[in-house]
Ligand binder design. Structure first.
Ligand code: SF4
Length: 319
């Protein structure tokens, strides 16, 4: 098992009104090469802060307080902005929520694909050959017409295919997909997710951000559940769906539509803003199993069989 990315003790926060608030707390995660890894949780859990920290694209009021992000055995946090600019779009690519934001409305698709850094030293004919091969892989039809089109002439699904093609042309090792189907019609979401999950067959590693656990069950090898900047559960996705441990994970699963017509369960309350300091387990105001200790003492991540879980209900397994 080879890890492409190892995150150690990563803590990140924001200066807000002269105070500092943590958005990620001491995150430790490893990502195995050529797998699809999910980061899941409600909005505000820290998923997007996590991938923006990897890409060094945090806003000005953010600070990385501690940690390492070791990508191919080099700590990205030691890289200058110039060095990171070279890594983004080459070794690491982003598939954003809204593909329109990533394409320049003033240039044809062909001109934008010819700009991909990996094609710099190719002749135009060689570059077009590579571009067409990658468009075929993303199952784009009428390739010649698409190449001459401007982004506004294409559907959202087609634009997302173009972004995935860019990642293929760049030969990126790591692809960060930030809720890549949120802006798309449900009818084409599955075909885009199929394409993203096939990237592992090309040796790519994908970190897929989602709030939808049904996507995790269908497409992902491993899953990490986050809550207010903490990892609360992390395991292989087949294990999570057979035996979820954390009450937050169970609540997310209970809120999934059920084919047997079972009533959906709401998670009580709402996720707090990061400016609200919650003592003990941050999920305790919403947890149906909360005990006295949960209000006072923060649970630490423990390994229980093959699952890391942070909850006072869960015992560490003895090996
Ligand atoms: Fe619920 Fe307590 Fe576990 Fe937190 S530590 S999830 S409050 S039981």
């Amino acid at each position: 098992m080879e890890n492409i990315l190892e995150v150690k003790n990563l803590s990140v926060g924001f200066d807000i009104d002269e105070n500092f608030y943590y958005a990620l707390n001491n995150i430790n995660l490893s990502f195995e090469k050529a797998k699809i890894h999910a980061l899941a949780g409600e909005s505000g859990c820290g998923k997007s802060v996590f991938i923006n920290t990897i890409l060094n694209l945090l806003p000005k009021n953010a600070k990385v307080k501690s940690g390492e992000i070791n990508f191919l055995n080099q700590n990205l946090l030691n890289f200058s902005q110039d060095k990171m600019r070279n890594i983004r779009g080459t070794l690491i690519s982003l598939i954003p929520q809204d593909p329109f934001m990533s394409l320049n409305p003033l240039y044809t698709i062909e001109n934008q694909l010819l700009e991909v850094r990996a094609l710099e030293n190719k002749t135009k004919n060689e570059a077009l050959e590579i571009i067409k091969t990658s468009l075929e892989k993303t199952r784009i039809k009428n390739i010649d017409t698409v190449l001459k089109s401007y982004p506004h002439e294409l559907s959202g699904g087609m634009k997302q295919r173009i972004i995935i093609s860019m990642a293929l042309i760049s030969n990126s090792e790591l692809i960060l997909a930030d809720e890549p189907t949120t802006a798309l019609d449900a009818s084409i979401s599955n075909s885009i997710l199929d394409l993203i999950s096939e990237l592992k067959n090309e040796g790519k590693t994908v970190i897929l951000i989602t709030h939808d656990l049904s996507i995790v069950s269908n497409y992902c090898d491993s899953v990490t559940i986050m809550y207010l900047g903490d990892v609360v559960e992390s395991t292989k996705s087949n294990i999570l769906f057979k035996n979820p441990l954390h009450p937050y994970t169970k609540a997310l699963l209970g809120a999934l539509p059920d084919k047997r017509g079972k009533k959906l369960e709401n998670i009580k309350g709402q996720i707090s803003p990061i400016t609200e300091i919650i003592e003990g387990c941050k999920f305790h105001p919403r947890c149906n199993c909360a005990m006295d200790i949960c209000k006072k003492q923060k649970p630490v991540l423990k390994l229980n069989n093959e699952t890391f879980c942070a909850c006072h209900l869960i015992e560490e397994s003895k090996h």
